[in-house]
Ligand binder design. Structure first.
Ligand code: SAH
Ligand code: SF4
Ligand code: F3S
Length: 477
């Protein structure tokens, strides 16, 4: 899923990068790389780590001992940017004690604010957009020579396809694979098309190769990432015509199948699906393979067709509910999650109630819920007034959250008493004697350790639950 949430990335596990080596820039200097925002950004940080370890950097988790600090940032809502600004303030105080430390801003905020960041945040040395990471060693060299460095060029081709990501903060069991970049859907509230540029898909062969390599290293789950995975296309024009005769044509359903065929013991997840583009072909492919997890993240944003129209989402309430019906028809056991925005421009109380009623009707397993945050340059900023007060946004959001909590509890409860196939991910946070993993529907399952080990599959008989976690005992064979 593509969501904002702060996490500090750590070090190690060297991937094999296949780029031409650029040995001198790093020469053992210590790099701290922190990621904010969605899974796409976390995945990009693994590309950045690959490029910079190849250039001779080593990684650290400690800002105090870092020679270079890079923040991979998010611009999706104002509060995402505020968090980064607070971190930059802290780094500024650190830098006053260590003037040689290089501070850089990468990712979506870098792309959005460009050299404005150098002016505003006086101690930022480096601003690099999401398509310019190959240039990082050169840019750091420029900074070393006493200048500021900026590269925010967006590309129509860059997919970093052949760069082997250095898996950061990895449990060695689950990993992300980026299958496309950018977004061509101008949803009126959204900054992503401006920060990530045009949509482009990655060579399917390189995706399958990465999945195979991960499996060979012991990984047992991959999540295919894109802003709108359903519009993945290889060797197809946007109109669906073949680009180059004789070359393989691959759509998302076919890519999903190829990855599922890597190994029956490799679970496959993906995110994010778009309601306007999600096809029955994808659903049938999911149903056909046990190792494609029965979980779909299908952001609705609003339950009102009028609001959806203003959001430029390309579907109506009825269309969305038909897609939900298709999922239930083809995979009755599939979990569904969503994203919802409260208080979009001009949203009336009735329209808000339509969101509430849609959520009740669907009964989501999980949801990410946000107050609308106006973003510069977007269609909504130019065309509509951000006229719902903070207070009303807050109240509507709370109502949405309340409905969702009830629905999540019901969905979790429905698994109790049923045997679940679980991929074990690690030791439970609450107790060393318990392990945790997930079922196909992505619900966390906790059970006594016995002699089981992470990275393997086990059947668990569930006997109780909290609102979002199943509790059970493993069926020992
Ligand atoms: N590509 C995905 C979403 C990526 S952004 C999709 O189309 O579904 C993740 C979520 O952030 C969005 O689904 C939306 O709910 C939320 N979001 C995006 N822009 C926002 C804004 N300006 N204010 C509040 N929430 C926003
Ligand atoms: Fe943003 Fe819409 Fe693209 Fe998602 S599909 S990234 S919400 S523009
Ligand atoms: Fe992701 Fe935030 Fe950019 S959600 S694509 S990191 S704006």
């Amino acid at each position: 899923m593509l969501h904002e949430g702060e996490k500090v990335i750590d070090e190690n596990r060297q991937g094999e990068a296949v780029m031409a080596p650029v040995p001198s820039t790093g020469s053992g200097r210590k790099l701290l790389l922190e990621s904010y925002g969605c899974q796409m950004n976390f995945s990009d940080s693994e590309i950045v780590a690959s490029i910079l370890t190849e250039a001779g950097f080593t990684t650290t988790r400690d800002a105090e001992e870092a020679d270079v600090v890079l923040l991979n940032t998010c611009a999706i809502r104002d509060n995402a940017e505020q968090r980064v600004r607070a971190r930059l303030q802290y780094l500024r105080s650190l830098k006053s004690k260590k003037p040689d430390m290089v501070v850089g801003v990468l990712g979506c905020m870098a792309e959005r604010l460009r050299d404005q960041l150098l002016e505003e945040e006086k101690l930022v040395d480096l601003v690099v957009g999401p398509d310019a990471y190959r240039d990082l060693p050169n840019l750091i060299e420029t900074v070393d020579s006493g200048q500021k460095a900026v590269n925010v060029l967006l590309s129509r081709e860059e997919t970093y396809a052949e760069i082997s990501p250095v898996r950061l903060n990895s449990n060695g069991i689950t990993a992300f694979i980026s299958i496309m970049r950018g977004c061509d859907n101008m949803c009126s509230f959204c900054v992503v098309p401006f920060t990530r540029g045009r949509e482009r898909s990655r060579d399917p062969e390189s995706v399958v190769r990465e999945a195979q390599e991960l499996f060979d290293l012991g990984y047992r789950e991959v999540t295919l990432l894109g802003q709108n995975v359903d519009s993945y296309k290889w060797n197809l024009t946007s109109k669906g015509e073949v680009k180059e005769e004789g070359k393989e044509v691959v759509n998302f359903a076919q890519l999903l199948e190829k990855v599922a065929l890597v190994n029956a013991d490799l679970r496959v997840r993906f995110s994010t699906s778009h309601p306007k583009d999600m096809t029955d072909e994808v659903l049938h492919t999911m149903a056909k393979y046990d190792n494609i997890c029965k979980y779909i993240h299908l952001p609705v944003q609003s339950g009102s067709s009028e609001v959806l129209k203003k959001m430029n989402r390309g579907y109506t309430r009825e269309w969305y509910l038909e897609r939900i019906a298709a999922i239930r028809r083809i995979m009755p056991d599939c979990a569904i999650s969503t994203d919802v925005i409260a208080g979009f421009c001009g949203e009336t109380e009735e329209q808000h109630q339509e969101t509430i009623s849609l959520m009740k009707e669907v009964g989501y397993d999980m949801a990410f819920m946000f107050k609308y945050s106006e973003r510069p340059r977007t269609l909504a900023e130019r065309k509509y007034e951000d006229d719902i007060t903070e207070e009303v946004k807050g109240r509507r959001l709370q109502e949405i959250i309340d409905v969702q909590m009830q629905s999540a509890a019901m969905r979790t409860q429905a698994f109790v008493g049923k045997r679940q196939r679980v991929l074990i991910e690690g030791v439970s946070k609450r107790s060393d004697e318990q392990l945790f993993g997930r079922n196909s529907q992505n619900t966390v399952v906790v059970f006594p350790k016995g002699n089981l080990v992470p990275g393997t599959y086990v059947d668990v008989d569930t006997h109780s639950c909290t609102s979002v976690t199943l509790i059970g005992t493993a069926v020992q064979s």
